[in-house]
Design a binder for this molecule. Structure first.
Ligand SMILES: [Zn+2]
Length: 105
């Protein structure tokens, strides 16, 4: 049975997307750094290559989080790349929480 998505469902859908992008960004930020540190004593060349990829991927994934728009106020969800609200998971403009929504995703 087909039915139109309600506003709540659209907002929750968008929140899940932002959460997912955020998580990927954190995993790359932490994981890539750890991987580079672990590789230094093993192979400096490999560590340098991972380090370079890490910087590029970190910026790319952070940009993708930065480009998320809030599903409620339709402004940028995060105002700056490293704002205090970044870890809080709230919209910089209207305060919509990422936790409002389904637990899945
Ligand atoms: Zn908002």
């Amino acid at each position: 049975m087909m039915r139109a998505m309600s506003d709540i469902e659209i907002i929750q859908d968008e929140l899940i997307r932002i959460r997912r992008r955020c998580r990927v960004s954190w995993i790359i930020l932490c994981g890539g750094f750890l991987l580079a540190v672990v590789l230094v004593p093993i192979s400096y060349g490999a560590a340098r290559a991972v380090g370079l990829a890490w910087v590029i991927l970190s910026i790319a994934t952070r940009m993708s989080v930065m480009m998320c728009t809030c599903p409620r106020c339709h402004k940028n969800f995060y105002e700056r790349a490293f704002s205090p609200g970044w870890t809080r998971g709230r919209c910089a403009n209207c305060g919509l929480s990422l936790e409002e929504g389904k637990r899945e995703g």
